[in-house]
Design a protein. Structure first.
Length: 136
């Protein structure tokens, strides 16, 4: 995959993810989208981006398995988000209260660091994507 095809595929993928989110929000409803929506769009987008990156890596002579390291964190975070809420709603009243308390405690401890962790994750994941786009 040459540089132009790679950049075009990534731009198309990004536009598709934004459009999917914009269309899914009114169709699925505000509450559902707030709980599951971003993760539902992020998971297939990360898989597709990983596949495009793997094709680009093969062209560059780099192991395509490195693309897994880019896609896996997003897929795992999205699966964790979906899994948390499915567990929350599946536990019933007592289990959901306990899970909500654990989440509140975890957010209280990690809360101030979450924006920094998110920024670090974005920068770390953007580096290989940008490097693949800069390579000839």
């Amino acid at each position: 995959m040459n540089r132009t095809d790679y950049l075009g595929a990534m731009a198309t993928l990004g536009l598709g993810a934004v459009l999917a989110a914009l269309l899914l929000r009114p169709v699925a409803g505000e509450r559902w989208f707030d709980i599951y929506g971003v993760a539902t769009v992020a998971m297939p987008s990360a898989v597709a981006a990983g596949l495009v990156l793997a094709r680009r890596y093969r062209t560059l002579g780099v192991s395509p398995w490195r693309a897994v390291a880019v896609a896996a964190p997003v897929i795992l975070l999205a699966a964790g988000q979906i899994g948390y809420w499915m567990t929350f709603f599946g536990l019933g009243r007592d289990g959901a209260v306990a899970l909500a308390i654990l989440r509140a405690v975890a957010l209280d401890i990690a809360g101030p660091w979450l924006p920094l962790a998110g920024l670090a994750l974005v920068l770390i994941l953007a580096w290989p994507l940008a490097a693949a786009g800069r390579a000839p």
